[in-house]
Design a protein. Structure first.
Length: 372
């Protein structure tokens, strides 16, 4: 990590702030007793919000078998989420006369030519559930007829065995929009309601259970926020959802952000990229390095608070995961409404935030200076 940091300080100073946050986070991942406590805390939080056990399952640690170097948990069935999704698409491709590799090649080509879509525009979770119910109803009708046939003419001597048929069951589609919806809501509540969240939610940290619930299994990279940091996260995602650039600017400046030219447009693009979306409406046809280099040339940032860097990592990880599921997301589409709900619960609705209130609830910034 020190070598990477030295490299970035010379050639990519914009990454130093993120590396500092990572170094601090990594120090907490070396003791599995800490992760066991994280699992228990997150489990309680998810129960209180109604996610566990209805939509997600969190394995409980077995304390008497766990040590600093070994974590033993309850066994929950199912493949890793990314493996389960790939298996589904592989079977779908085979049934439709193609291969998973061909689908991935075509998807990559489309992304390179057209850019990442701003958001998913396919069938909704509700539409897919209706389709699944229709398939199940069709199976019931067909199999009832088969059962009657097998129990009557199928019992005739000599020819009955030739007339009997096997039951028919349609292949049910995986409801990816529902899975994405659960993931986004779960992490929105972890971040903004409880301030205790998984900062590294990649596809290997989730299981796809046989009943389509999601298993949450890895909380080594758990980040905790203070109340004021939670409130700042709520304000940011509510403002992103409302496109309230004035609130985003004032929140950032009061939080310690400084740049060479004080350009609001540059900061808005940085915030949207870091926390919300990397759709083509944000990236404007550039790849990530081109995008960052362009903003850096227009208005290099000199001081940045790293309090919410791990929240940015969580957002980026989730966007990567859902893009791999062919379901690009804009985080504020989920987290904006959650943020406003939590602000009201805290007695601090979005409309009440003026300059004085931003100062009053300002999180103590952990500043990182950047030298370009």
């Amino acid at each position: 990590m020190k070598t990477i940091r030295s490299f970035c300080e010379i050639l990519a100073p914009e990454n130093v702030c993120s590396l500092s946050a990572l170094e601090n986070q990594n120090a907490t991942e070396l003791d599995y007793r800490i992760e066991a406590k994280n699992l228990k805390e997150v489990s309680t939080n998810m129960k209180n919000s109604g996610f566990f056990p209805k939509e997600v399952v969190i394995p409980q640690p077995i304390d008497e078998l766990s040590t600093k170097r070994l974590l033993v948990m309850e066994l929950i069935p199912g493949p890793k989420l990314n493996d389960g999704v790939r298996s589904y698409f592989s079977e779908w491709a085979k049934a439709n006369g193609t291969t998973l590799e061909a689908l991935e090649t075509e998807a990559k080509r489309k992304l390179e030519e057209e850019g990442i879509p701003s958001k998913y525009d396919g069938p909704s979770a509700t539409q897919i559930e209706r389709y699944k119910k229709l398939l199940k109803f069709r199976d019931a009708v067909v199999n009832t007829s088969i059962s009657v046939c097998n129990g009557t003419i199928g019992q005739l001597p000599l020819i009955g065995s030739k007339l009997r048929k096997d039951y028919s069951y349609a292949s049910l589609p995986l409801n990816l929009p529902r899975l994405v919806d659960v993931l986004m809501r779960v992490h929105g509540y972890q971040l903004m309601k409880y301030g205790c969240f998984n900062a590294d939610p990649h596809g290997g940290n989730f299981l796809l259970l046989p009943d389509s619930r999601i298993g949450l299994i890895d909380y080594g990279a758990t980040k905790r926020l203070t109340r004021n940091e939670r409130l700042a996260a709520c304000l940011m995602f509510a403002a992103l959802h409302r496109n309230d650039d004035d609130m985003l600017w004032e929140l950032s400046v009061i939080g310690g952000y400084k740049s060479k030219n004080n350009r609001k447009d540059v900061l808005m693009k940085l915030l949207r990229f870091s926390y919300d979306s990397w759709g083509k409406d944000v990236m404007e046809g550039k790849n990530i390095q081109q995008f960052i280099d362009d903003l850096k040339s227009k208005d290099p940032w000199e001081e940045v608070a790293d309090n919410l860097v791990m929240a940015s990592f969580m957002s980026i990880r989730l966007r990567s995961l859902t893009l791999g599921m062919n379901h690009p997301v804009r985080c504020s589409d989920w987290w904006g409404a959650i943020a406003e709900e939590i602000l009201k619960e805290e007695g601090l609705p979005y409309e009440s935030w003026d300059h004085d209130q931003l100062i009053k609830y300002r999180a103590e910034p952990n500043m990182q200076k950047t030298k370009f």
